[in-house]
Design a protein around this ligand. Structure first.
Ligand code: HPA
Length: 277
């Protein structure tokens, strides 16, 4: 199905099933899944019934959109994202992001699991993403027409939304680190030599997602905020060897804490008019 048709059909389904769009959508990455259990009056729509959405087969992710409320804030939660390492296609989330924007969503909050490059940011830490490094230099906008594709990435992660996250962290006694997230294509983990190089580049955390979706969201005019849950020290910086199972275990161990912070942060978001740019 051509993407424009898939997006129009998806918006139609979302309007019929859920009515007007919430202002906020959240991508739940590894470890953040329990946030969706906090939704009140949740409607669950499998991606298989949303033509613009692509499912994921990665362990720890389901492929479902959950729409409901956190406090008085309506929110759409994407339980699972397709990763570039699954297919080689870095535009796997293009249809989903564009359908959410066409439905009326204004803010995309992304969450992920990441490895830490900072000694003072151990597993279990939360990091607010201040900026990113697109290390693979791949873009989901390749092939998109029009001058809109030359997206300004100078302030990709929205300053007022980051202020809000810092305020909420302070209010709830949560230690919130802030730093630069580097996208590594994966699926293999990095070598210690690569991590030393990436540290010299200015990376604070490394992970295999988020950056393509941030580019897509900025292209679609959405405001973006992103949070990393640190699941391990990056290669060569810790004692343990790296496995997906171990990162998922650590994500699960700190996931409730992360999900609680996320829920507080979202339920206290003023509407976007109140979050001045
Ligand atoms: N590297 C890449 N991706 C990751 C890591 C890591 O160390 N931890 C969690 N996701």
């Amino acid at each position: 199905m051509p993407q424009t048709t898939a997006i129009a059909d998806t918006v139609h389904i979302l309007q019929n099933r859920c009515g007007t769009a919430p202002e906020v959508a959240v991508v739940l990455g590894s470890g953040w899944a329990t946030a969706s259990q906090r939704l009140a009056e949740a409607q669950r729509l499998p991606y298989s019934g949303l033509p613009a959405f692509v499912g994921t087969a990665v362990e720890g992710h389901v492929s479902e959109l959950a729409v409901g409320r956190l406090g008085s804030q309506r929110v759409a939660m994407l339980r699972g994202r397709s990763h570039t390492y699954e297919s080689g296609d870095c535009a796997g989330m293009a249809g989903a992001v564009r359908a959410l924007q066409a439905w009326g969503v204004k803010v995309l909050i992304q969450t992920n699991a990441a490895g830490s490059l900072r000694a003072g940011m151990p597993p279990g830490s939360l990091m607010l993403i201040s900026d990113h490094i697109n290390a693979p230099q791949r873009s989901p906008l390749v092939g998109v027409a029009g001058s809109g594709r030359f997206v300004d990435m100078g302030a990709a992660y929205d300053a007022p939304l980051r202020d809000h996250a810092r305020q909420q962290a302070q209010r709830h006694g949560v230690q919130l680190h802030e730093g630069v997230y580097l996208w590594a294509l994966g699926p293999q983990f990095e070598t210690p030599a690569e991590i030393r190089m990436l540290a010299a580049w200015g990376a604070d955390a490394v992970g295999m997602s988020t950056v393509p979706e941030t580019i897509l969201a900025r292209h679609a005019g959405l405001r973006v905020m992103a949070l990393s849950l640190i699941t391990n020290m990056a290669a060569g910086l810790g004692e343990e060897s790296l496995t997906h199972a171990a990162t998922l275990d650590q994500a699960q161990a700190s996931g409730d804490y992360a999900a609680q912070f996320l829920a507080n942060l979202i339920s206290s978001l003023p509407d976007t008019d109140g979050l001045q740019r």
